[in-house]
Design a protein around this ligand. Structure first.
Ligand SMILES: Nc1ncnc2c1ncn2[C@@H]1O[C@H](COP(=O)(O)OP(=O)(O)OP(=O)(O)O)[C@@H](O)[C@H]1O
Length: 204
């Protein structure tokens, strides 16, 4: 049963509140959700376990998997390849959890063009406005002036894409956090209930 649950693709501009919303969801429904494990060609850092932090692979293995159409999406960042394999998403489904993919706009486009079954549920988290977004990112204290400006520049592109009809199944406006959270929960509650019922039946 759980294999037929749709993976969740969540996207939205930096600072729109994806992590905040997902953390609330994971805390309220422990054991129901999991991120898929990505593949990368970069070297593991101290403490990073293969198969947990990432699947660490050689460039050759990565390219073979691309050739076999094994990736849902992949991209290159600072000289290294990163990607989400279809298998790693299906593995989460088979383990009885809902798979969550937190990806940026190009990842969303690739996943939309893929033959992934069941078809993922696409959710966009929309920030209330640029000024508010700027304040939040400044408040988070993770950005320099330069990285802040870079992030703000990509926001308009992401919002325009989201508002093209049919790009996402749902748009969650994150103005008031509680309202946004209830919206997100409402989208997923049927799947969460199915999952919990099947866990109860299995005596987990
Ligand atoms: N509805 C809200 N009202 C006020 N502040 C919020 C709201 N949602 C999130 N925040 C704050 O905004 C900041 C950015 O949120 P968060 O880190 O969840 O964004 P994100 O979309 O995951 O960003 P990134 O893609 O850069 O990781 C955080 O400091 C968070 O506490």
């Amino acid at each position: 049963m759980s294999q037929s649950l749709r993976p969740i693709v969540i996207s939205g501009p930096s600072g729109s509140g994806k992590s905040t919303l997902l953390n609330k969801l994971f805390a309220e429904y422990p054991g129901c959700f999991a991120f898929s494990v990505s593949h990368t060609t970069r070297n593991p850092r101290a403490g990073e376990e293969n198969g947990v932090a990432y699947h660490f692979v050689t460039r050759e293995d990565f390219q073979n998997l691309i050739a076999q159409n094994g990736f849902l999406e992949h991209a290159q960042f600072s000289g290294n390849l990163y990607g989400t394999s279809k298998k790693s998403v299906n593995d989460i489904g088979s383990s009885g959890q809902l798979c969550v993919l937190d990806v940026e706009i190009n990842g969303v486009k690739s996943i939309k063009n893929s033959d992934m079954q069941p078809r993922p549920r696409f959710i966009f988290v929309k920030p209330p406005g640029l000024e508010e977004l700027k304040k939040r990112l400044q408040g988070r204290g993770t950005e320099t002036e330069e990285s802040l400006q870079k992030r703000l520049d990509s926001v308009k592109e992401a919002i325009d894409y989201a508002e093209e009809s049919g790009a996402y199944d749902h748009i969650v406006v994150n103005d008031d956090l509680e309202i946004a959270y209830e919206h997100l929960k409402g989208i997923l509650i049927e799947d969460i209930t199915k999952l919990q019922t099947s866990k109860l039946k299995k005596g987990e």
